[in-house]
Design a protein around this ligand. Structure first.
Ligand code: ATP
Ligand code: MG
Length: 778
């Protein structure tokens, strides 16, 4: 037997060795689905299948790169380079570069990112004279995106009375027109948005049977990871391409379907057996990733979902430590706990930062964690949020480069036509846009023909526009001979962007210059990398494509050691020895926006399942009683998901003081704080438990329910107006949830306006409205 097959268990070997024909592997987290996919590709190549005939679709491009590396190791040849492997978007962008011209797109089409799409939609709304408070550009963009993902074209939309009516009911009767304008403008700009990459591929494969035949013949073996999260558009592409040979292998886990808000359709898994003949069905049951405690706890959670395929997941790994639960008073304290715990674990077990991940439900939660990590000098990297390539200064340079490749690119042009400032005002740009719309041409084309069009602009402005055109054309000429780095460096200097920030001289300006330098380094690196590839040139268009489709994970080169911070959605498929799931609170996780129906709540629960199953050795769940949300301190209560985990898998680390509510509640629920009910953490290997890990009680289910009912009284767990207000006087010592200890200097006002001026120990004097202040007398 081949040596590498020994690295699989029997259940995994079966799908790897499966002969031709459709097959599906449905299995729980960490059971080796991705491994099966990887080894199956290696095995196919080993059996003589040409790498050119294999197409593999992954969740991130990083996953694809890692798979390729592993495959190259196994088959021991450079053949793996020829595999078509990547995300749906990157693979089909490549296909459209070859054949998109049949749909009227240039091969150098620009890929508009979400920001570009939103800017274009905002400007269309403005041009149409619509109320921007009713036609909110982000919402409109969202709608259009979901139409596209369901393959609803403008025409299909117009012919669908239900959709039209729904938008009319939402006071947006002109949605269809916006959609039409948006599609026209993208097309005219030679641009596709993310959704187009799938929509246009579908269009291409449907309208041009010879193109379909060509790719069906090329991709004789198609493999899809994370199949549970494919949307309708992706489903149709896979179905069409695999129709001839039916060599389609999909792996997935319905319990990890977490993208239905983006149109992912779980039916794709459920209907697979209906769609193909003689499907080989495989199940994997052994988890290799996590400890027994984690696997069993995760099983106990997902069992609460009604809608799921039955599955067994077990592991022969050790029991491992219990999942640790920590409650803090505020989100800032939660951050401090996480940072402290990472610090201790790192020291105690001598681990690199890369072994730790902090996962949260929404990006905005990262701030409190970041603050705490920075204070402890723990290096971290945030994935998601505003990516490097979306920073203004970076996007400005990239916009110039995009114009070099595709001067019709309207969004790029509008960004930089007057940056750095060159005296081309908004009125001029508006006139250019009107003329471009009128003649059905791009703005750049209008600018090239200023002599033939009367734009009513003065000769000075006209000359500035012509200079701009000349500059871009000079870059284009240079681009014919230069690699991406040489061109980019030239553009950064010649356009004056670098000078602009240098002159600025402020710390922000310097930071921006450094970012541009970082970008240039990145391009240099890219050019070097491309040199190794047979069919690459190192041209700027290759770099732009790479950037447009890079997910944040892709930038992780793994060469510096950092703690990973990301949303749970992004963490899918990944694994870390230590995982902190923070913000385990009602209305945050499960999210307040996803509790309207059972199916929404079940998706949140699947998300929790995904989060927990990322952990290899140790998982932490943390929550806070008070959290800043939308600039306000709000009360929070523990997530129902905590309650759903069987207590035997949990250990409470919450320090006693974090359970100290106002006396009424203390005595009511907990009686005198009863030490005998605290589970003390056992010292491991003779080492004392870390400082903050004072064993403590976790409220049991009954108590939690009671706590929930008592919410109004818990509203101000630390300070509460009734207790504080009457007794507060000049000279009183107080404790504030966020500012800490302080002394009251002055009381003024009365009733609802009563204020206290307080000198806090940390240095600040603050005036607080007592009606809202989270104060406690000490
Ligand atoms: P997820 O559902 O999270 O995507 P998965 O089912 O794709 O998980 P993998 O990522 O393929 O699981 O595997 C989980 C971990 O277990 C990986 O570290 C993998 O290398 C390891 N693993 C899988 N199968 C085996 C095996 N037979 N022997 C040793 N390790 C294995
Ligand atoms: Mg996987």
């Amino acid at each position: 037997m081949k040596k590498y097959l020994k690295e699989l268990n029997e259940a995994q070997k079966a799908p790897v060795l499966h002969k031709d024909g459709p097959l599906m592997v449905i299995a729980g987290a960490g059971s080796g689905k991705t491994r099966v996919l990887t080894y199956r590709i290696a095995y196919l190549m080993d059996q003589g299948v040409d790498a050119f005939n294999i197409l593999a679709l992954t969740f991130t491009n990083k996953a694809a790169r890692e798979m390729k590396k592993r495959i190259a190791d196994i088959v021991g040849s450079s053949e793996a380079k020829n595999l078509w492997m990547g995300t749906f978007h990157s693979v089909f962008a490549k296909l459209l570069r070859f054949d998109g011209n049949k749909l009227g797109y240039p091969s150098n089409f620009t890929i508009y990112d979400t920001q570009d799409s939103q800017r274009l939609i905002a400007s269309i709304i403005k041009e149409m004279g619509l109320d921007k408070d009713i036609y909110k550009y982000k919402q409109v963009q969202n709608r259009i995106s979901s139409y596209k993902n369901s393959l609803i074209t403008v025409k299909a939309y117009m012919n669908n009375p239900e959709l039209v009516e729904a938008d009319a009911m939402a006071k947006r009767p002109r949605m269809g027109e916006i959609y039409q304008n948006y599609v026209d403008r993208c097309f005219k700009a030679g641009a596709m948005d993310f959704d187009d990459l799938l929509l246009r591929t579908n269009e291409l494969l449907t309208r041009f049977p010879e193109v379909l035949a060509k790719y069906q013949d090329r991709f004789r073996y198609i493999l899809v990871d994370e199949y549970q999260d494919t949307n309708h558009s992706q489903y149709l592409i896979v179905k069409a391409l695999s129709d001839r040979y039916q060599n389609i292998c999909v792996v997935g886990d319905d319990a990890q379907s977490i993208y239905s808000f983006r149109g992912a359709n779980i039916d794709n898994i459920l209907n697979f057996q209906r769609d193909y003949d003689q499907v080989g069905m495989y199940r994997l049951e052994q988890n290799y990733r996590s400890t027994k405690n984690i696997v069993n706890a995760a099983n106990s959670i997902i069992a609460k979902n009604k809608n799921q395929l039955e599955k067994v997941v077990w592991t022969s790994n050790e029991d491992g430590p219990a999942i640790k639960l920590h409650r803090s008073i505020t989100d800032a304290e939660e951050g401090r706990f996480v940072a402290g715990s990472i610090f201790e674990n790192r020291m105690q077990h001598q681990l690199p930062n890369g072994n730790f991940a902090v996962l949260y439900r929404t990006n905005s939660q990262s701030r409190a964690i970041e603050d705490a990590l920075r204070k402890r000098d723990i290096p971290y990297r945030i994935y998601g949020g505003l990516s490097f390539y979306q920073r203004k200064e970076i996007k400005d340079i990239l916009s110039y480069l995009r114009l070099v490749i595709n001067p019709k690119d309207e969004e790029a042009l509008k960004r930089v036509i007057n940056f750095p400032t060159r005296g081309i005002g908004q009125t001029t740009v508006d006139r250019l846009v009107v003329a471009a719309n009128h003649y059905g041409r791009s703005i750049f084309e209008v600018m090239e023909n200023l002599d033939k069009i009367d734009l009513k602009i003065n000769s000075g402005t006209k000359r500035k526009l012509e200079d701009f055109v000349t500059m871009i054309k000079s870059f284009q000429i240079m681009n014919e001979g230069a690699d991406a780095f040489t061109l980019s460096e030239h553009v950064a200097k010649k356009t004056g962007i670098l000078l602009e920030f240098k002159k600025d001289g402020t710390p922000e300006g310097i930071a921006k210059m450094e970012n541009i330098e970082e970008l240039l380094n990145g391009i240099k690196d890219f050019v070097e990398g491309q040199k190794e590839l047979a069919d690459a040139t190192g041209n700027i268009s290759e770099f732009l494509e790479d950037v447009a489709l890079a997910t944040d994970l892709d930038k992780d080169t793994g060469d510096d050691d950092r703690v990973a911070l990301m949303t749970i959605h992004l963490a899918k498929g990944l694994e870390f020895p230590y995982v902190y799931i923070v913000g385990m609170e009602e209305d945050l996780f499960p999210s307040a926006m996803s509790m309207n129906t059972r199916s929404e709540l079940e998706e949140e629960r699947r998300l929790f399942y995904v989060a927990l199953t990322r952990a290899e050795r140790q998982a932490y769940l943390t929550y806070a009683q008070n959290r800043y949300r939308w600039g306000k301190l709000v009360d929070a209560e523990p997530s129902r998901f905590i309650e759903e985990i069987d207590e035997k898998f949990l250990e409470n680390l919450t320090p006693v003081e974090n359970y100290r509510f106002k006396p009424l509640i203390d005595s009511d629920i907990f009686g005198e704080v009863d030490k005998s009910r605290f589970r003390q953490e056992k010292p491991r290997n003779g080492a004392p438990p870390p400082d903050s890990h004072r064993g403590n009680l976790r409220p049991n289910e009954k108590q939690l329910r009671k706590l929930r009912k008592l919410k109004p009284q818990l509203a101000t767990p630390v300070g509460n107006k009734n207790a504080v207000d009457p007794n507060l006087a000049e000279g009183s010592l107080v404790n504030h949830t966020r500012f800490g200890r302080g002394k009251v200097l002055k009381i003024e006002g009365a009733g609802n306006d009563k204020k206290a001026e307080i000198q806090f120990d940390q240095g600040d004097v603050k005036k607080l409205l007592l009606r809202f202040a989270k104060l406690e007398l000490i």
